[in-house]
Design a protein around this ligand. Structure first.
Ligand code: NAD
Length: 361
């Protein structure tokens, strides 16, 4: 029987509409091969929404997202909206969507593809075969803890304050995503904290250790964040899945991403609690410098669609087939400008999509 999935599409700004069009064609091609049916609803976010409605996240968009099984987002932002007041900025729409959908877990893979190994700034023998997933807590920790602000002390000196706090329930729910992600991969989970100094990290470590008893098929290890940063650039192949808090995850996921060296290739997923739709999007922004010129690399968006199939719609076979097609397109030497190297075939966004479709068919 044909399985149906409702997907909200948020093309956003800049190169967004170009790259999401490629992902939709790829999804349609995959659907016909795997007996799936995708129903797409397009909605406004970011600058496009500001131009049309005056606000970066219209209520209609949030409602459409809530009524879907998954959300595929491209990117938001651009020079045109940079000087608007904070509340009307495209980025505010993105944050409001994350809050509105309760997205507390951010999954960022860093996979070094053999075809692009030279794009990394590290030696090929160090990064060859790297395949890491960073699971970052997204709605708690020091970015949100209270009290926060710049206060005046009794002596009249200014003092900046942020509070790193995690409750047991916040730790447990992100730990669960970490363990389940590791189960879908190689079964190795590394929890990163600073338990030698921070009480909040000690609680984090204690909870992870207790929860590990429920996941006998997952091998849990712990690292302090300073050591984790060092190990990521020294010997990244030792990692499979990393789970960590908001601040450490922000930094480590960017460091892990740069092991791959190519921003146009990196997908991500943001997940909420079970039964709510996740948001799948490339790590890069709206690239206004190349928008409308058919120069964008659509592969991060296409790989985001594959993550959506695997983590949001439970269609791992369809996800694998998309990932395979991406590998094949690179094997055959097709490259957009951002990943171009001598001897390869230069293509634009549209042609990259056409080659992918041929390979899938
Ligand atoms: P960016 O990621 O948009 O671009 C950085 C550089 O990478 C640019 O030179 C761009 O041309 C290139 N690039 C990015 N994606 C590419 C792709 N798919 N193919 C080829 N080249 C690509 O970051 P930025 O320039 O700092 O930001 C531009 C706008 O995007 C800003 O308004 C920013 O706020 C927004 N932004 C949005 C998101 C998001 O939607 N999640 C994330 C980051 C930045």
């Amino acid at each position: 029987m044909t399985k149906q999935h409702r997907i909200t599409l948020l093309p956003g700004d800049g190169i967004g509409p170009e790259i999401i069009a490629v992902a939709v064609e790829v999804l349609d091609a995959i659907a016909s091969k795997h007996d799936l049916k995708f129903t797409f609803t397009e909605a406004l976010i970011g600058g496009a929404a500001i131009d049309e409605t005056g606000e970066p996240l219209p209520e209609e968009t949030l409602t459409a997202c809530r009524h879907s099984d998954a959300v595929l987002l491209a990117a938001i932002g651009g020079y045109k909206w940079d000087n608007l007041p904070r509340q009307q900025r495209p980025e505010t729409g993105l944050l409001a969507m994350r809050a509105g959908l309760g997205l507390f877990a951010n999954l960022r893979p860093a996979t070094v593809l053999p075809q692009l190994i030279d794009a990394s700034s590290l030696k090929p023998e160090v990064v060859e075969g790297v395949d890491i997933m960073v699971v970052r807590e997204l709605t708690g920790g020091i970015y949100f803890g209270q009290p926060k602000g710049i206060f005046e002390t009794e002596t009249g000196e200014q003092r900046g304050v942020n509070t790193m706090a995690y409750s047991v329930s916040e730790i447990d729910r992100i730990a669960k995503v970490g363990f389940e992600t590791a189960q879908k991969r190689s079964g190795k989970l590394c929890s990163v904290d600073k338990a030698n100094v921070l009480d909040v990290s000690q609680l984090w470590r204690d909870r992870l250790t207790i929860m590990a008893q429920d996941y006998p098929d997952v091998e849990l290890s712990h690292l302090y964040v300073d050591n984790a940063a060092m190990q990521l650039v020294r010997a990244p192949k030792q990692f499979d899945t990393i789970v960590t808090g908001n601040l450490f995850g922000d930094i480590l996921s960017d460091a892990a991403a740069m092991l791959t060296g190519s921003i146009g290739m990196l997908p991500s997923a943001s997940l909420g609690s079970a039964g709510t739709p996740g948001v799948y999007e490339p790590v890069h922004g709206s690239a206004p410098d190349i928008a409308g010129q058919d120069k964008a690399n659509p592969l991060a968006q296409v790989l985001s669609a594959a993550m959506m199939l695997r983590y949001g719609l439970n269609e791992p076979d369809a996800a694998r087939e998309i990932e395979l097609a991406v590998h094949q397109v690179l094997d055959r030497g097709y490259r957009t400008g951002d990943i171009m190297s001598p001897g390869m075939k230069a293509v634009g966004c549209k042609e990259m999509g056409e080659v992918l479709l041929k390979l899938i068919d």
